[in-house]
Ligand binder design. Structure first.
Ligand code: TNX
Length: 574
């Protein structure tokens, strides 16, 4: 039977969060502030400014992540009305056309559903190639176009809007989906409202021509569900936030000293014992195969790939509590382990028993995971001789490769990276740590995801007095999260080895979705823009102006966020 956070514990948690939010408000957090004087287009003028959206259609230069190119049109805007339909064009006729058509329709349905809620309009989805039938409203059109330039890639799109139609074209359904996220941002922030908006909002899209595709193929965010467990619905909420900013990988940190969160039928003690707790001693929990597959499905619908992580040989106290025979170095601490110290635990690095164990785990995760990656952790092992550690990583990597997946590892696994080993390194220590090993691994063909802790770790405090989070990697304000270049942060890396960025959210100090929101927003959009937008678009001044407008969007969506004073939030009437 799944161990779930009991209703009582969840309620207690919620009450604590409410108390914490009230305390923050009393301490002056959450107060609307406007700094920096007038923004572009005269927004945030420091007075009781009306939200920008109330003063006319939003223009394409407000989008996060900034698109490759935006050309404002001069004609009248497109208006969504009760007559607007979402039209899907015919697929390109290549192989798998039918499957493509199903996915395109699913993208159209998601868009229509997102627009129906706030507008109350029917927004029916209609199929049909070519122009709209005579007399029919053209509406919003989604169309696959395999003839688009190759550099458009799998996620690029073109969005054009004029008074007659909004047209989104892409080579793939994923590209269309990314285009629909841009369309949401072209509409007033109230479009994110989960209920009907009755304040007379004008649902207009300014005339525009946007050409867009991502800088990097890998744009990720991680959620640590091991230190504190988050239910499948809570993970879906996290995915909703990522999808808005065109993030395409969700890395789930499924295991750690404090808990094991995924059922492995051949190893029942992992969930009977290892899932039973979490940091602080609350009950923990785990995902059944069906839970996990539902998360994967929800992510896929939003064109995110789930990257599951099993962290070994260290960070393994929950494994040792479940299978004490794997504790040949006697590193286990009494169960449950509810503290947050790292580095003390390790499974046996050698012997048949441990590889039988990892074989069972890898087989189950590979079975459940349609994406290409399986993350094997490998960080912070203080108890093993380097040779034993490396041999362990090599053998587990070989199991992952044999299961048809690409092993991903934290940068400590670099010596085992390269052909047929760890194929993708997650570089958290990128300000000089493990530099030589990572450079050599990249020279052997390994690719690198940049997750420098002092820039992308969303569990770092915003400033030293911030109540949530840790500060071992320093403090990370919005400016620090934004102001670096993934290609050049570590000069030692060979050109072309960096395939993207990822923002990890560790949860030692975070136990509720409300707390996740405070750490995620507004920093996630900063990392998402580094991953998607061309380097030439990176500009802190403009970014913080654009970010300021997202606040109203998050409020409409019911997302929490931290009103950092670095961002010139509009002053709202209270
Ligand atoms: C480092 S760097 C960790 C995690 C902690 C995190 C807290 C790395 C791969 N691991 O075990 O949760 O710091 O910020």
């Amino acid at each position: 039977m799944p161990i779930r956070t009991s209703g009582l514990a969840a309620r207690t948690r919620r009450l604590l969060v409410i108390a914490a939010v009230l305390a923050l408000a009393a301490a002056g957090f959450g107060v609307h502030r406007a700094i920096g004087g007038a923004g572009r287009d005269g927004d945030a003028d420091g007075g009781a400014a009306a939200p920008a959206a109330a003063r006319g259609p939003r223009t394409g230069d407000r989008i996060i992540p900034a698109p490759l190119s935006v050309a404002a049109g001069s004609g009248p805007a497109f208006r969504i009305s009760e007559r607007t339909v979402v039209r899907v064009g015919a697929a390109g006729g290549s192989g798998g056309a039918e499957e493509q058509a199903v996915r395109v329709r699913a993208v159209a349905e998601q868009l229509a559903e997102a627009l129906r809620r706030p507008t109350g309009f029917p927004l029916t989805v209609e199929a049909g190639a070519g122009a709209a039938p005579a007399g029919a409203a053209e509406g919003i059109r989604l169309e696959l176009d395999p003839a688009m330039p190759e550099e458009t890639g799998d996620e690029g799109y073109r969005l054009t809007a004029d008074s007659a139609a909004v047209r989104i074209a892409a080579r793939t359904p994923a590209g269309l989906y990314r285009g629909t996220q841009t369309l949401r941002q072209l509409l007033p922030p109230q479009v994110e409202s989960r209920s009907r908006v009755t304040d007379g909002t004008d649902w207009t899209v300014a005339s525009v021509d946007i050409d867009d595709h991502p800088r990097y193929a890998y744009r990720g965010a991680m959620l640590d569900v091991a230190r504190h467990f988050f239910t499948p619905d809570e993970v879906k909420g996290y995915i909703d936030r990522l999808a808005l900013y065109k993030v395409n990988h969700l890395h789930l940190h499924l295991t750690d000293d404090q808990g094991w969160r995924i059922a492995v039928p051949a190893r029942p003690a992992l969930t009977e014992i290892g899932a039973s707790s979490e940091v602080g001693g609350t009950p923990g929990g785990f995902y059944t195969a069906a839970d996990y597959q539902e998360i994967v499905r929800y992510a896929q619908e939003r064109f995110l790939t789930v990257v599951p992580e099993i962290d070994l040989p260290g960070h393994s106290n929950a494994v040792l509590a479940s299978y004490p025979e794997l504790d040949c170095t006697r590193s286990a601490r009494p169960w449950p382990y509810t503290g947050i110290e790292v580095g003390f635990s390790t499974v046996c690095p050698t012997g048949d028993a441990v590889f039988a164990f990892t074989g069972d785990v890898v087989a189950e995760l590979a079975r459940l995971t349609p994406g290409p990656y399986l993350h094997i952790g490998g960080d912070e092992v203080k108890k093993l001789a380097p040779a034993d550690y490396q041999e362990f990583v090599r053998r587990v990597s070989a199991q992952v490769v044999a299961a048809g997946k690409i092993p991903v590892g934290w940068n400590q696994t670099a010596a085992a990276a390269g052909p047929a080993g760890v194929g993708l390194l997650q570089y958290w220590d990128a300000n000089g740590g493990h530099e030589q090993e990572v450079r050599e691994a990249a020279g052997r063909g390994a690719k690198v995801i940049m997750s420098p802790a002092g820039r992308t770790y969303l569990d770092m405090k915003y400033d030293s007095s911030y109540p949530l989070g840790l500060r071992w990697a320093g403090t990370v304000d919005v400016w620090s999260a934004y102001s670096w270049d993934p290609d050049t942060l570590n000069a030692a890396l060979p050109a072309g080895s960096v395939v993207g960025v990822e923002a990890p959210l560790w949860t030692e100090t975070l136990s509720s979705p409300a707390e996740l929101d405070l750490m995620l927003l507004p920093r996630l959009p900063a990392i998402a823009e580094l991953g998607w937008s061309p380097k030439t678009a990176h500009d802190w001044e403009r970014f913080r102006q654009r970010l300021a407008e997202e606040g109203a969007r998050w409020e409409a969506a019911g997302f929490g966020y931290e009103k950092r004073s670095e961002v010139p939030w509009p002053v709202t009437a209270r």
